[in-house]
Design a protein around this ligand. Structure first.
Ligand code: FAD
Length: 491
């Protein structure tokens, strides 16, 4: 039996390996020359830039994935625990380090407000409970109907898990100081939503951050994608690069393969791991679309991003591997992302200096910087605007961190909403797909199996459980399990 997987990002590579292991002959068709999807690598002038994700979180998900093949993660890439985990620059206040040592983080929270350490203990206890329950009951589970989701368990557990209140209100019950709140809320940007819109369930992200820790895979997150590629090829799978799928072929109400400029690639099963909107509205004729254009117009899309990749000809001692800047009134920026789309004037941002941990990602004595400003999806970024905004962000970073590097930049690349559209077919230039609001969580995310074509599947960040590298591995596992169940029944 032959399967075609559209896209060689984390979800596509993972789903493809899982099927290949089950005896399918799998080909991945990837539009770009490089694998990794949003986690591609860009090399220029001796610098190697991880173009997308840079935080390796929830390590147990990756360990479990490799174990499914009887393999060990360390045979594919090495991991290092980061300490400090990150540095936070607060507007108008001293920067702080968030340590891998929870004892030090408790002291930090106590320094922000009296009783902060005890509040953190209580908050993380509840976050740990939610995380353990969510992983067991909701995350590693696929949903095909609303009744499966709203069963007795979720109605009872849902209340304990704070599914129905907002994260911002939940955190407000424990903490008063804006710095404590920000450290516990910033991870929502990873989920493409705001603390006001995110269900309080997502306090699990603070468990992920402060209890489970932040890791660095050798070679960056693209090194992980390369590990997955190696696994897939060892299993006998094939990757066809630089080939855009232009249509999903339908014959007798079944997917029969994919069309590319080189012709038809026939298959008994198709999995699309590319952007869901594009797959439904551009690759399928209207009668086979489960989610036509109108559906997407009513979704809350996750943010897009304005990213700078910078090769800097000197070492910068005041940055850590991961750095965050939080504006005092960061609500203005959140509004500009989610309510009144506009380019932010005083943006909160993320800056990574991967060379702090892995100097081989830049020429000797140089720094590899990545600056990420989350912005609303759907914004336009014509070339002259990008130039001006780049200048503005470089000045903003220098001013807010006090670190001077502009005059030493020797490599600079900008990546904005129009690049997400061109490079990944991203709807409205979204970087992360669908936001994690309550009504876009679990059963409310688009289905992993097409309603119209029984052998067409979807995997990746648009599907359950959602955004983030570990989630895409889980999504691939869920898809592969469903396929295994249905195809074994048929045999
Ligand atoms: C800048 C950035 C920073 C992030 N930071 C983090 C982080 O620190 N930690 C974390 O866990 N997550 C992070 N994320 C989120 C994470 O990267 C994504 O959720 C994840 O990589 C998505 O993987 P995917 O396989 O679902 O999709 P993708 O990576 O988008 O892969 C889909 C692939 O399909 C291909 N494709 C699309 N259409 C077609 C077609 N018609 N024909 C052929 N191929 C096609 C695309 O080219 C792409 O390669 C970040 C994302 C971005 C953009």
């Amino acid at each position: 039996m032959r399967a075609v997987v559209i896209g060689a990002g984390f979800a596509g590579l993972s789903a493809a390996s899982l099927l290949q292991k089950e005896g399918w002959q799998v080909s991945i068709v990837e539009k770009n020359q490089d694998i990794g999807g949003r986690a591609r690598l860009w090399e220029e002038g001796g610098y190697s830039f991880d173009m997308g994700p840079s935080w390796y979180l929830m390590p147990e998900v990756f360990e479990r994935f490799f174990q499914l093949f009887g393999k060990k993660r360390e045979d594919y890439y090495k991991l290092e625990k980061l300490d400090p985990q990150y540095k936070v620059f607060f507007e108008g206040e001293d920067p702080v380090l968030v340590s891998a040592d929870l004892g030090k983080t408790r002291e930090l929270f106590e320094s922000f407000e009296r009783g902060g350490a005890a509040a953190l203990d209580a908050f993380l206890r509840s976050a740990r409970y939610k995380y353990d329950t969510a992983m067991k009951e909701f995350v590693y589970r696929s949903y095909t109907s609303i009744f499966q989701f709203f069963n007795r368990k979720i109605l009872t557990e849902g209340l304990k898990l704070d599914l129905f209140s907002s994260l911002d209100k939940h955190i407000g019950k424990y903490f008063q100081d804006h710095r404590s709140k920000k450290i516990l809320e910033y991870t929502m940007v990873f989920l493409g939503t705001s603390p006001q819109e995110a269900p309080a369930l997502y306090s699990i992200m603070s468990h992920v951050d402060l209890n489970l820790g932040v890791y660095f895979p050798k070679g960056g997150l693209n090194g992980v994608a390369q590990g997955l590629q190696r696994l897939f090829e060892e299993l006998g799978g094939k990757i066809i690069r630089a080939t855009d799928v232009t249509a999903i072929e339908v014959v007798n109400r079944k997917a029969a393969g994919v069309r590319t400029r080189d012709g038809l690639i026939e298959a008994d099963l198709v999995i699309n791991s590319g952007d869901y909107h594009w797959g439904e509205t551009r690759l399928l004729p209207p009668e086979y679309q489960s989610y036509p254009e109108g559906y997407w117009k009513n979704r809350v899309m996750a943010p897009s991003m304005f990213i700078l990749y910078l090769g800097v000809k000197k070492r910068l001692k005041d940055f850590e591997h991961h750095n965050l800047y939080f504006a005092r009134d960061w609500g203005v920026h959140f509004d500009q992302i989610f309510k009144n789309p506009a380019w932010p004037e005083n943006p909160s941002y993320y800056l990574s200096a991967i060379t702090k941990t892995d100097p081989s990602m830049a020429p000797r004595g140089c720094e590899n910087l990545f600056v990420l400003v989350p912005i609303s999806s759907g914004l336009e970024d014509p070339p002259d605007f990008r130039k001006r905004y780049t200048e503005k962000i470089l000045d903003h970073v220098e001013k807010t961190t006090g670190v001077k590097f502009k005059d030493s930049i020797e490599v600079l690349r900008v990546f904005g909403p129009s690049d997400f559209e061109t490079d990944y077919h991203a709807y409205q230039g979204t970087a992360l797909g669908l936001a994690h609001t309550l009504f876009q969580t679990a059963v409310f995310r688009p289905r992993m199996r097409s309603r119209k074509l029984p052998n067409l599947y979807y995997t990746g960040q648009y599907t359950h459980p959602g955004v983030g590298v570990p989630m895409t591995l889980i999504s691939a596992e869920l898809v592969a399990e469903d396929i295994k169940k249905r195809w074994t029944k048929r045999k």
